[in-house]
Design a protein around this ligand. Structure first.
Ligand code: PGA
Length: 239
């Protein structure tokens, strides 16, 4: 399983340090073999991760240069960052990134060999318009994206489920993930209101290879609880 914690614009450097200490020691004490990725804000990237990967929530697709306010490859490399989140719904719908910008970012960081957690997902009105409209919408989010990129992790995050406490039914998650599985062999994460109470059941669904967690992962103990649930599932399926 792959479990990601996306902090968004939450937590200071000091809080992130305390968080990482809890998660690192949980992972090593419990011999966790799952992949754990934490995405702190840019200001809190200075860690020396042992069992947990640190990724960035964004990056500007250049090596360096005159791009006021942006963080480019050179600055990320200084922190040993090799993992990036691209296409998150808040960047698409709140910040206003276009598919063209997202695809350019994907291409640049793929050329650099980054692990890319690429997010797709539909707003509620699109889901309500029926399966064909929804799949057509998601298809557009694959424009310019290489679904055979070997270090791709694909996250399905319905926009209406992010930070709302709402989740699709297990059947709907399975249906969507099986459609994605037909397109790519990349690991498939589900994201959107994952929490301690539903993480285990979601991770047990067909074609769900992990979760991308926002608000519920802000508590290190809750995130560790979800990691423990993943480890339990591995035992059950004899991994
Ligand atoms: P949430 O966010 O878990 O708070 O719904 C998920 C995400 O935005 O990745």
């Amino acid at each position: 399983m792959i479990l990601c914690a996306n902090f968004k614009a939450n937590k200071t450097r000091q809080e992130t340090r305390a968080y990482m200490a809890v998660v690192e020691s949980f992972v090593s004490a419990n011999d966790i073999s799952d992949t754990i990725i934490v995405f702190p804000p840019f200001t809190a990237l200075d860690h020396d991760p042992r069992n947990v990967l640190i990724g960035v929530q964004n990056g500007y697709p250049v090596i360096n240069g005159a791009y006021t306010g942006e963080i480019a490859l050179e600055q990320l490399e200084e922190f040993g960052i090799r993992t990036i989140l691209i296409g998150h719904s808040e960047r698409r719908h709140v910040i206003g990134e276009t598919q063209e910008q997202i695809a350019a970012k994907f291409q640049f960081f793929a050329e650099q060999g980054f692990v890319i957690v690429y997010c797709v997902g539909e707003p509620l009105s699109v889901r309500e318009a029926g399966n064909d409209v929804m799949m057509g919408y998601i298809e557009q989010q694959f424009e310019g994206i290489d679904l055979s990129y070997p270090d791709l992790i694909l996250a399905y995050e319905p926009v209406w489920a992010i930070g709302t406490g709402l989740t699709p039914s297990n059947e709907d998650i399975e249906a969507l993930h099986s459609a994605l599985r037909a397109k790519t062999s990349a690991p498939l994460l589900y994201g959107g209101s994952v929490k301690v109470e539903n993480a285990g059941e979601i991770m047990a669904l067909d074609n769900v290879d992990g979760v991308l967690v926002g608000s519920a992962a802000l508590s290190a103990n809750d995130f560790c609880d979800m990691i423990a649930q993943a480890a339990e599932l591995n035992t059950e399926i004899g991994e």
